[in-house]
Design a protein around this ligand. Structure first.
Ligand code: UD1
Length: 424
């Protein structure tokens, strides 16, 4: 298995171009199942999770044409005009939880979907009960057996008013796609407001859907039966941008992040600023710098958008570990998202976890060590810690990084990091 080796202590300087957002591209790709016309997507990041979604869609009978874009990423044309297979098998779904996003569009289009349950996951139990009960409210009959969701709507899905008991990104996406093709009007209340939701809604509108309230917690969707050919560009990845912003701060460097949307990073920029990091917001670019790499202690609480993103929590923990003074992270979205703590401790970080909160006693420096990546964001937290640490860090199980960071080593090396991948 590949390892990443990093020799820390190099301030990073230069420009990093941000890739398309993985978490936006995945639901957009699933949306092709609603239509028999081609969906052309650009700014799709070239990542393992995207390859998994391609494999899943091809398994459903979608024709996928892909070519590399001129600079970064992929261009995809997805056409679901043949006979479609309603089954999403365990072998593919187990690789990526976001596979469950095919449930809503398949059910709406075919009146039937058989989707493997995604199962447990390193960052918590992550059930899909909200997805299922909302689809039931639209008339679906759902049965769980042998690890699969058997969903049927022989008369088609019917518009309904659905109030989510709490905010779920995936459930909002699944229901948005289902409602776009249902009979009548659906109102989704307490919907997630993440930029990836608005991106999906905007893409569906470009395919002909009728959606109001985009960007708010109440989405009103009038179902249609025929979608049109559409061309759509995926939004930039706010989590990748936030990760490189932390890389600039933690190394005492200065990075200009380009091809991004700084308006999607409000809570992250606000937290960095509180920590004493200089952030100059240029709209489609962001300049981030810190003179020493040792920020002041600060607190963050993860919350649904527009709050501080749970997907930036691990990266901020690395920054806090090198800060002067204590910081507190409170994780409110996932119940078990502190697996990076013991690995950071191997690098001499001083962190105590109490339930959903982690007290990080920053003491200025980290030391290189051999560590293990446990999930996507936890892996990149170790990369950030290694960039700041004294000496060499070896990170094992780096396949997690390949799921979510396009050309990570190349991008970091180009701004001065000493990073290499070692293959067995
Ligand atoms: C998405 C993102 C993930 C991010 C998360 C929260 C993708 C592919 N992944 O994940 O990177 O960390 O949003 O911003 O976009 N829950 C239930 N029942 C459900 C659905 C969710 O209990 O039916 C719980 C989850 O276990 C979790 C919370 O709700 O505790 C939020 O999860 P959700 O917003 O659904 O996350 P995902 O869509 O899985």
């Amino acid at each position: 298995m590949d390892q990443i080796r990093i020799t820390g202590g190099q301030p990073l300087h230069g420009t990093i171009s941000i890739s398309g957002a993985k978490n936006a591209a995945l639901p957009l790709m699933a949306a092709c199942l609603l239509s028999d016309k081609p969906l052309h997507l650009s700014n799709v990041p070239d990542l393992a999770d995207i390859a998994t979604m391609v494999e899943l869609l091809e398994n459903h009978g979608v024709t996928v044409e892909q070519k590399p874009a001129e600079d970064l990423g992929l261009e995809l044309t997805l056409t679901a005009d043949g006979t479609l297979n309603p089954t999403a098998p365990y072998d593919i779904v187990r690789k990526m939880r976001a596979s469950v996003l095919v449930l809503g569009p398949l059910l709406a289009r075919l009146g039937e979907a058989i989707v493997s349950l995604p199962g447990g996951c390193a960052i918590g139990t992550r059930p899909i009960d909200l997805h299922l009960s909302a689809l039931e409210q639209m008339g679906a009959v759902i049965e769980l057996k042998e690890g699969y969701v058997y969903a049927k709507a022989p008369e088609g899905l019917k518009g309904a008013t659905i109030r989510f008991p709490f905010v779920s990104v995936g459930a909002t996406e699944n229901l948005l796609m289902a409602a776009a093709m249902a009979d009548g009007t659906t109102i989704l209340e307490n919907a997630a407001r993440e930029p990836e939701i608005s991106d999906l809604a905007d893409c569906l509108v470009s395919m002909g859907a009728d959606i109001h309230g985009i960007g708010t917690e109440c989405l009103v969707i009038k179902g249609i039966s025929n979608f049109k050919e559409a061309t759509y560009s995926v939004i930039p990845d706010r989590i990748e941008a936030g990760t490189y912003a932390v890389a600039a701060a933690i190394t005492g460097g200065s990075l200009e992040l380009t091809n991004m949307r700084s308006d999607h990073l409000g809570a992250v920029i606000e937290a960095l600023t509180r920590a004493g990091v200089n952030c100059a917001n240029g709209g489609a670019s962001l300049s981030v710098s810190h003179p020493t790499g040792h920020c002041s202690g600060f607190d963050v609480v993860s919350q649904p958008y527009p709050g501080f993103p749970t997907d930036m929590q691990a990266q901020f923990m690395a920054l806090m570990a090198t800060a002067d003074g204590a910081s507190l992270i409170t994780e409110t979205i996932f119940e078990n998202r502190f697996m990076h703590v013991p690995e950071l401790a191997r690098m001499s970080a001083d962190i105590t976890v109490h339930g959903g909160s982690a007290m990080v006693r920053g003491h200025g420096s980290l030391k290189g060590a051999e560590v293990m990546a446990t999930d996507l964001r936890a892996s990149v937290c170790l990369v950030l810690a290694a960039l700041a640490a004294e000496g060499e860090t070896v990170i094992n199980r780096v396949y997690h990084l390949d799921r979510g960071y396009e050309q990570l080593e190349e991008k970091l090396r180009a701004v001065g990091a000493k990073i290499e991948r070692v293959s067995d």
